[in-house]
Design a binder for this molecule. Structure first.
Ligand code: G6P
Length: 473
């Protein structure tokens, strides 16, 4: 460490990788949140004297920097109004729907944009304050797209990376954004800009050409430096992954396998358990999945009692209108389907509006014969990879939307267009009826693919790209 408060490697994300827990007696503590990003970056953070900058997840709380699990955490304060405008508003009601192919209509409000600029500046200032000379700063995701430029302006000595966890839309859609030029300019402050898919990197480069006319030759973009010269920005795909070994290790634990059996027993030992695991978000195609499942029950192709759909929908962004509406629609549909098809002892759909610990998720993956990932648009979808990582028995069938980034890698899944309800129904039946031989062949190939690119490889390749950029400059 160069100085007690300066760090050589900094990750900046909207949320800190910890959740604040307040006990009934009022004492506060922090619990590590289970995200894959922390798992991936933990070793790097420890080895290279790292710090994590982010919001502590609640309004108006002032928390001094602290250390949790040997990682230095630097909280950024957000007011209740900023949470409304920057987080719920601009991030999750403007950018989120816009970047996911306008599945829901994006709202454009100038006060939201102003708040986004202000909050991004605060994150950039916090990063500039704690970065050691020549440090590497890695900014995460769509909530912080202006940080790279803001940070470069203050600290040209830094190497800056940005990774976009969600899709980057085609120009025709991106162009709707009233602040489309400012966002591109913000991102171009980075040395390396990472995307989930090759197509996302292509969409970004096209937007740069259309809006700024800069020369691009994949993966490089020449950005004028304002002094007659230029800098090179690398924009390319780095598909994110999961801690494959970690998931497999949990899946091999006897108590987790016993729990999987218990889940099957409690569901009445149906011949087929189908499973959906999503944040309750309109991008995930939960409605399409329910529609297809309902029609299969109606047509008698599937029978309640023999088949059950377990749908875990974890609560998300509950104060944003589109999410409230979606919850109502889904719960209405689930209620109707259960009313029509469940028996006293067996539901047609077991619907769970909760988040669960990782062990319980793994038990569910092991219990499920068919995993349904039917996103209408998804940056990657790590659930698909988690399911594959857990199935060391080489059982289970994965139905995967071609609109999830994961489809670029997981070609041996049953790939579907979730808008095509008949096609989706066919794939669900095919998965339910698949011979164990075909399941094994497909799962073996999927597992090979997931093992080849785990999350540490992902972070390593991104960090290597940043180091390379740093040494060039
Ligand atoms: C997506 C985004 C993340 C975000 C997560 C949960 O995966 O890419 O940046 O943290 O959703 O959403 P939330 O709004 O609760 O942070």
């Amino acid at each position: 460490m160069t100085d007690p408060d300066l760090y050589d490697f900094i990750v900046v994300s909207n949320r800190l990788p910890v959740d604040r827990v307040v006990d009934p007696d009022g004492t506060e503590s922090w619990r590590r949140s289970p995200g894959g990003l922390v798992t991936a970056l933990e070793p790097v953070m420890r080895a290279s004297d790292g710090a994590w900058i982010g919001w502590a997840g609640a309004p108006d709380i002032d928390v001094e920097p602290f250390t949790a699990d040997e990682i230095a955490l630097v909280p950024v304060r957000l007011t209740a109004l900023e949470i409304e405008r920057y987080y719920e508003g601009f991030s999750n009601d403007t950018l989120w729907p816009l970047y996911h192919d306008v599945i829901a209509p994006p709202s454009f409000h100038r006060e939201w944009w102003d708040s986004y600029v202000e909050v991004n500046q605060r994150f950039a200032d916090a990063s500039a304050r704690v970065a050691a000379p020549g440090a590497t700063v890695w900014v995460q995701d769509y909530q912080l797209q202006l940080v790279p430029k803001m940070l470069r302006e203050q600290r040209p000595d830094l190497t800056i990376g940005f990774f976009n966890h969600i899709p980057f839309p085609p120009y025709g859609i991106y162009a709707q954004l009233p602040w489309r030029k400012q966002v591109i300019e913000g991102l171009l402050g980075a040395d390396v800009i990472g995307f989930q898919r090759v197509a996302d990197a292509g969409n970004f480069s096209r937007a740069v050409r259309r809006l700024y006319g800069y020369a691009t030759k994949a993966p490089e973009i020449r950005v004028p430096d304002g002094e007659g010269g230029s800098r090179t920005v690398v924009a390319k795909a780095f598909p994110i992954s999961i801690d494959v070994e970690g998931f497999e290790e949990i899946a091999r634990r006897p108590e987790v396998q016993a729990r999987a059996q218990q889940i099957r027993d409690e569901l009445g030992n149906p011949s087929t358990i189908m499973l959906g695991v999503d944040r309750l978000d309109y991008t995930k195609g939960i409605r399409h999945r329910l529609k297809a499942f309902g029609e299969l029950l109606r047509d008698g192709e599937l029978r309640a009692g023999e088949t059950v759909l377990v749908q875990v929908a974890s609560p998300s962004r509950e104060r944003v209108e589109a999410y409230m509406q979606l919850r109502d629609e889904i719960e209405l549909t689930v209620g109707r389907l259960n009313g029509d098809y469940a028996t006293i002892s067996q539901p047609a759909i077991s619907y769970l509006h909760h988040g669960y610990p990782r062990e319980e998720m793994v038990a569910l993956y092991l219990a499920a014969d068919v995993m349904l990932v039917t996103a209408l648009r998804d940056g990657m979808n790590l659930v698909a990879k988690e399911y594959v990582a857990c199935r060391h028995d080489e059982g289970g069938a994965l139905v995967l939307s071609e609109f999830a980034g994961a489809a670029d890698e997981l070609k041996n899944a049953l790939l579907v267009n979730p808008h095509d309800i008949d096609g989706l129904k066919e794939a669900m039946l095919q998965a339910a009826r698949m011979s164990s031989r075909e399941r094994t062949t497909r799962m073996r190939a999927l597992r090979r693919r997931v093992r080849e690119n785990d999350v540490s490889r992902w972070s390593q390749s991104f960090i290597d790209a940043m180091r390379h950029a740093g040494s060039r400059g």
